[in-house]
Design a protein around this ligand. Sequence first.
Ligand SMILES: Cc1cc2nc3c(=O)[nH]c(=O)nc-3n(C[C@H](O)[C@H](O)[C@H](O)COP(=O)(O)OP(=O)(O)OC[C@H]3O[C@@H](n4cnc5c(N)ncnc54)[C@H](O)[C@@H]3O)c2cc1C
Length: 411
Amino acid sequence: MRADIVVIGAGALGLSTALHCALAGRSVAVVERDTAGSQASGRAAGLFKSVQADELRTRLARRSIAKAVSFGDWAGAELEVARSGSFLVARTQKHRDFVLAEAAHSRAWGADVRQATAADLAERVSCYRSSRPDQELAVWCPEDIYIEEPMSLVRAYLTACQRCGVEVLESEPVVSLPFSGGRVTGVETPARSIGAAVAVVDAAGAWVRQVAGLAGAAGRVAVAPVRHQLLITEPSAEVDPAEPITRVVDAAVYLRPARGGLMFGGFEATPLPVDPRELQPSLRTGDLPLDLGVLRDLAGQVAEEAPLAGSGRVAEHRGGLFTMSPDGRFVVGPVPDAPGLWVATGCNGSGFSSSPAIGEALAAWITGGDPAGLTELSPGRFPAMTEELLIKNGAWQYAHYYDPVAEPDQI
Ligand SMILES: Cc1cc2nc3c(=O)[nH]c(=O)nc-3n(C[C@H](O)[C@H](O)[C@H](O)COP(=O)(O)OP(=O)(O)OC[C@H]3O[C@@H](n4cnc5c(N)ncnc54)[C@H](O)[C@@H]3O)c2cc1C
């Protein structure tokens, strides 16, 4: 079997890259060890956020929102999107200053971000009630959206891929990357060899380093998997299904309506990283130990304002692995020391929502040689780093997901 481009992993990043390569007229095969969307992508909260820490990420985030809301037009597959908007809320002086600065930058980078009043928040949000409105800063981000069920984006990508002739092979792990003439020339699964005339793209999520390791380049893909969890409560009259997303920056938590109840997730200060050396190829996201206590502790920080987050009966508790990079930015581009091998990872908690634009830009780079600004995200930007430092920096980035207010110790 042959294709111009072979993508490893049918998560959001792999499917979007495959779809955009096919839209550029290339033949594409996707090889997935399990089923499409079965790992991180199918467990996402589905949140898209226009306010980002730098200009490139803002551009990618806003481009992704635009592509998600117009998915049917350019991809020919239906995708339902909740155009809810979102509030960013800060309750401490440090976080008020941070959000104000972030909002000013975001506006300069083109995002629609508006200062809101406590009355705006009270009027539009029922699951979060300000307890100290005089000490609270709220910012309204009307561009923000969410996708109710993350698998619907995966299915939309699959439908669009099918229409473009992308071959998606499920239940086939890539077990080796053949090298010839100093290049990675394709992939091997237990069932077949697939030659890649142009590129092999490693989009294997939490296993991205293991897959790069098949080409001797694990050390060139600087990401550490870190656990993230969320819960959805039983349906409740306290939640208006039409209300916006609310992110409480100082508590590092998010809330949105979900299935008639409340979705609640957050970023604990001492997260559970997985040592990439110990991440077995046999481990599946469903094997990851979950800990409801983490979410209960986070809910305690908004107990007065959002009591349902901590007290509601839990209808679903799910979690998976983020791929955290040392500087909190995506890792996208050609893998150093492994010509022919490209990577799409380093989601840092926003790979689902940035996948439309990342896939588009990466496909343009692979098929047309135009990096469209993505060179800043190349895996080659990181020096060699010990696993311990990788994990430490990854955990730091995770804990400061909403407020990267200080620099990690050493990158
Ligand atoms: C609970 C939770 C909530 C989240 N919420 C959000 C959110 O609101 N917004 C947001 O933007 N992001 C969110 N994320 C992050 C988001 O889910 C990820 O950034 C994104 O899904 C990563 O996509 P991916 O394609 O890199 O990885 P994955 O979806 O994990 O896909 C990688 C695929 O590669 C396959 N694979 C691995 N090894 C091999 C191999 N050897 N051969 C073949 N295939 C292989 C895997 O089986 C897997 O299907 C959340 C994550 C979690 C866990």
